[in-house]
Design a protein around this ligand. Structure first.
Ligand code: CP3
Length: 340
């Protein structure tokens, strides 16, 4: 049996596109909320294979998506570099900020893959559970996005601390990005060795970079990761997701050696079908709030995306993660609209 999602990377365009949703395991699912109570702390949840395997499989069982995405978080990379990382319930991630060379020197020189052994166990166990037509995705954060959290110590509006550091503390910032690049190559390679079919690189904050900085911090480091992973795994399948890249989506698709480009919801499907899909398979880009809204608004948004991208290589997804208030009935409505 073939995997429809991998077929898209190979240039095929099945009449019904493969579909999965970013953050498809999460709080909108009652079974996820029940599972979540069994772990103290979100990182513990990610590092407990019994729970992480189950969280990965929950959305596949319920909806029959074409891809399962490893249940983990992009911030396990700073954690495995020795930075203090924790999650405040209902608030999000917290890190002890790394803001200068001294802070960087206090981290491990390279990622401690031993620390991430539970993640690799999760991958091996999920691999054994998935049916042959489901693609298994691993992931990491792009260096720029991971650096924004490492420097600010939390999610902050407009990522002011990281943007300032990139201008003012260039030597430190370059060295930090370098450390994350190497860690990400090691981490994604290990995910592939343990059994994921493909990986996605999430650059959630790419869109706040001005032009020159976009090239320097959203393109170059990801290029290095892609090249580094391909050096070890020439057959690796890689999705790049530079959220908010706007008109730079075209440049990204042109220069990045990825197998597909993830589009956020602000991108006009008609524009992207012309300018991006001609260069690379695309993935996206339903507004997560159209999924919250449901009804005609959802149907219209789905139809518009299908009309633009069908007939050429395309993976249906949201333009960013599913939000907790999403009704399950609306996910079912969307699937019915796409699959008939
Ligand atoms: O997609 C999936 O289902 C797989 C798991 C996954 C999670 N985080 C689980 C998670 C993935 C792929 C991520 C990626 C991630 N994590 C990103 C990039 C994608 C994006 O959303 O922009 C970022 C920036 C993070 C960092 C992060 N983790 C934040 C900012 C938060 C808090 C916001 C929130 O939704 O609570 C998290 C926590 C987190 N990661 C949750 C989940 C399911 C919620 C934690 C909980 O259950 O309490």
């Amino acid at each position: 049996m073939t995997k429809p999602l991998l077929d898209v990377f190979a240039g095929k365009a099945p009449s019904v596109p493969p579909i999965w949703l970013m953050r498809q395991a999460g709080r909108y699912l009652p079974e996820y909320r029940a599972l979540r109570t069994k772990a103290s702390g979100f990182l513990n949840f990610c590092y407990t294979p019994d729970l992480a395997v189950e969280a990965t499989l929950q959305p596949i069982r319920r909806f029959g998506f074409d891809a399962a995405i490893l249940f983990s978080d992009i911030l396990v990379v700073p954690d495995a570099l020795g930075q203090k990382v924790w999650f405040e319930d209902g608030e999000g991630p917290r890190l002890e900020p790394v803001t200068d060379m001294a802070g960087l020197s206090a981290l491990k020189p390279s990622i401690d893959l031993e620390h991430l052994a539970p993640v690799f166990e999760t991958i091996r166990r999920v691999r054994g559970e998935l049916s042959a037509n489901v693609t298994f995705l691993g992931f990491c954060g792009a260096p720029w996005t991971v650096a924004t959290y490492m420097i600010a110590g939390r999610g902050v509006k407009d990522q002011v601390p990281a943007r300032l550091a990139a201008y003012q503390e260039r030597a430190f910032f370059s060295a930090l990005i370098e450390r994350i690049i190497e860690a990400s190559i090691d981490y994604l390679s290990a995910q592939l060795e343990n059994g994921v079919d493909a990986v996605q690189i999430f650059d959630s904050w790419a869109g706040i970079l001005p032009p020159n900085e976009f090239e320097r911090w959203a393109i170059e480091p990801v290029k290095r990761i892609v090249a580094g992973v391909r050096q070890r795994h020439p057959q690796a399948r890689i999705i790049g997701f530079p959220r908010g890249a706007g008109s730079f989506y075209r440049d990204y698709a042109e220069v990045m050696d990825v197998d597909a480009v993830g589009l956020d919801w602000a991108v006009d499907p008609a524009w992207a079908a012309r300018e991006v899909q001609g260069l690379k398979p695309v993935q996206g880009n339903l507004d997560p709030l159209a999924l919250v809204a449901g009804g005609d608004a959802l149907n219209r948004a789905v139809d518009r995306i299908l009309a633009a991208f069908s007939g050429k290589p395309f993976i249906f997804n949201l333009g960013h993660g599913i939000v907790p208030q999403t009704p399950i009935a609306h996910v079912e409505q969307m699937l019915k609209r796409i699959r008939g």
